[in-house]
Design a protein around this ligand. Sequence first.
Ligand code: ADP
Length: 453
Amino acid sequence: MGWMGWRLAFTLAVAAAGGLLGTLWGATRGAHSLEGTLAGALIAVTVLFLRDLVVGHRVLRWLSGGLTESPRWQIGLWGELTARVERAVRGRERQIEQERDRLAQFLSAIEASPNGVLLLDAAEQIRWCSQTAAEHLGLDRHRDIEQRVTNLVRAPAFVALLQSRQFEHPVQIPQPGGQGVLSVMVRAYGDGQRLVLTQDITERERADAMRRDFVANVSHEIRTPLTVVAGFVETLTNLPLSEVERKRVLSLMAQQTQRMQSLVGDLLTLARLEGSPRPPTDSWVPLSRIGAAVEADAQGLSASRHRLSFDWGDGVGLAGSEAELLSAITNLVSNAVRYTPDGGEVSVHWRDRADGGGEIAVRDTGPGIAAEHLPRLTERFYRVDGSRSRDTGGTGLGLAIVKHVVQRHGGELLIDSGVGVGSCFTLVLPAGRVRRPLDGRPLPEAVRALAGR
Ligand code: ADP
């Protein structure tokens, strides 16, 4: 039997009970039995109806109160009714909660992307904006919702892209209010809505520009001596030269080819440094051995025009690549010799550092370098004095190589210089790559202090 049936039976039972009571009451009063029965049944049904009205009213109040408290009716029609309503509403609430969780997860996945995401409706108004997109485009992700995006992001390329409705290719725009460059891509979806993806390509652009500059610089550096050599070849071919002239031309040609050779050698060194793994930390080289090679090189280059002094420490060992360390120190010493005028002084000193590491300082009494050049000195092809660099066989790559080598050995290159006071280039190596005598272990601080080193 359904609820309607039960309800009908209950109502009939109440009416019958009322009728029975009415009959009994009528009998005691001597009234007509049928009138008593009808009156009893009517009163009973009316009371039931009035009670239903009151309970119905309370149930309505409970419903419009958002079901915050649990229903008070446990049995009967109203108990069943409120229980079912409550179950249905709670089920729906759970479903909504789950959907909300899923949406939150989905949005946090989008937020995790390094790219910015912006959702636009058909009228180009912002519907949603990820934190990254807000940062990229200078938007406020709460205040700017519902705003037309073209009122806020006015870069012409972006506006044109949105209006063209040809979304195949991304466009590049300057980052609003910033120094960077953004790549912006638009995709259509749904009913006229659009998805805008933003990507910060500042670094990529910078690397591209550096690569272009580098290629242009290399080409220029090679073209100059090549033009000179080509000119000499033409001279040798077309002009009858005396033996003395011929020798002089050939020696100039040799100089230019030597310049190209140095350049290609340095380029190859840089390429090798970039493409190879870090030097080992357990392969030890005595610094004195590197020092001997550096000294021989410096003496050859200076040809007694400078006072040179060297101190390679006492039994110091370095961990790393001997060839790289030799190349770095040679580069610093050869710069000092090349840029210091005759009669000047160049000194190379090993010094222990308090942290257990050590440093090789290459000091000269040359012209020094103005402060504004210092930050750019290790850039490839950056020269303060271009003609002196080229005249003395410089490639403009020496300090770039030195910086690379020290960094690969976990150290750093310090430059201290000023116009008229000479320069000091210091190659700092970390404790892990420095070994002193005594079982090859670094001396403890106290022993070193006692030894006065
Ligand atoms: P280069 O082959 O031109 O010497 P580097 O990269 O070794 O290239 O040096 C870059 C520039 O730094 C040089 O062109 C020179 O102007 C400056 N420089 C380097 N070392 C010294 C130094 N010891 N004294 C003065 N200037 C220096």
